[in-house]
Design a protein around this ligand. Sequence first.
Ligand code: MN3
Length: 207
Amino acid sequence: MPFELPALPYDVTALEPSIDSQTMTIHHDKHHAAYVNNLNAAIKDTDLDGKTLEALITDINALPADKRGPVRNNGGGHWNHTMFWEIMGPGGGGAPTGELAAAIDAAFGSFDAMKEAVNKAGVGRFGSGWAWVIVGADGKLAITSTPNQDNPLMVGVAEVVGKPILGVDVWEHAYYLKYQNRRPDYLTEWWNTVNWKAVADRYAKAK
Ligand code: MN3
């Protein structure tokens, strides 16, 4: 069964002014759609058709050699963007609470210190990629970054493996129309879109 592009869980204008509606439209309807279409094309009429997305991307090196690149790039792209839409939302921003807030304080000292470290990872990612907050193998929160559409679920690929609870897209397509070359400004503003309830749910499942 082919993978499907999930509908955006809110209107394309919902994240304004932090993320403009034109960027949201192109990002979801064109970029994410292309990852889904290319993933489906790569697995069509193969044994890989029917596997879950996580099964496909967690063990990239177990895939047939000619499928590794296409599944890594497009399966990663599909997974990453699906998460990205879910952890943002209208009326977002503010600060995490409860167990997640406590885990952030324990791992990074403070929420502000965590944001600063994520922004640094995003700004420091040369070219295109993502900055992540993950639950690592030790059960603690950690920050990492991946190139292209890689993600921390990809064993044998990711420098640091773990379960992502938050990830921010630092490809130029995520911010260029509004922020041009100013990736740091985009990252600073991006925190105003975060749906902390969704991130806390991910944390509760991942820890
Ligand atoms: Mn993107």
